[in-house]
Design a protein around this ligand. Sequence first.
Ligand code: FDP
Length: 324
Amino acid sequence: MTVSGKRQTLNEFVTSAFSGDAQLDGLDAVISAIAEGARQVHRQVEAAALADVLGVTGETNVQGEIVQRLDTASSDIFVDVLRNSGRVAIIGCEELERPVIAGDDAKHAYMVLMDPLDGSSNIDVAVSIGSIFGIWRRNPSDPVTDDSLLRPGHEQVVAAYVVYGSSTVMVTATRNSVQGFTLDPETGSFAITHPDLRIPEECPYYSTNEGNFKTLDESTQRAVTSLRDTYSLRYVGSLVADFHRNLLKGGIFLYPADRNRPDGRLRLMYEANPLGFVAEQAGGAASTGRQRIMDIMPEKLHQRTPLILGNRDVVEKAVAIIGG
Ligand code: FDP
């Protein structure tokens, strides 16, 4: 018997969860493709230094950030598996200036936005990193263009993320259903380990870059001070890992706008929308401090946003303080 024993696999789960719903037709192939990509990235992350895939490529990406070799490798892996799923029309990627158009038949029913490797600064130091995905359904009668991707977060049909940590975990969220699966290294399949996830009511942690405190405006400083006075600080510096801990243990994550980053630091389409969707389906909330993340009508693909994410009551309290 393998370590995952008789647990339901991710493939079994999506096949049964999505069958019979015409709106989710073919989505199991997209999720299975992401799981296959995650297995490949997991192998690269695990052996990164040995396989000589650490370090920088010498390029900067569309965000003006230094590109790590694993950023590029992960982006190539996920673009390939998603294209090969035969169900994806277009892929927007944090690492790529323009989206990749994969097909425009009716069967290419989904649009995927992804951050293939989140937490780049932690790659070289063996600290948890991850991959993040938001999936939208497209109207098959519309042509597929770059602008097809400019849809608000509340229209997502699924969001998912993977954490490559002390174990590799994949979390999927559909309406009111958030499920966690752990990669069994022996069989290579993801088996269910965290069924029906809900953010716990208790909120022990807040996560923010305290080094930015002096650059925050006065009301945001008051919100951070109030969190500091109430909760314990945990900050990995990989959004996906900080979010995963807060989803399992309770907590609030903040990357607000500051003097150096008036639009915030994180990406709306690749980070805030998918994780905001997961948070809401698990009973939590996601806000810019002024607006619900899911309601933002995006203007451009690589747009940034302030982000406050986690336990609903604690997010609401922080937003109330920031709003003055
Ligand atoms: P990174 O640039 O290392 O990929 O996506 C941006 C991000 O990491 C988040 O994962 C993380 O929460 C944040 O930036 C960390 O930013 P700081 O170093 O400014 O705290």
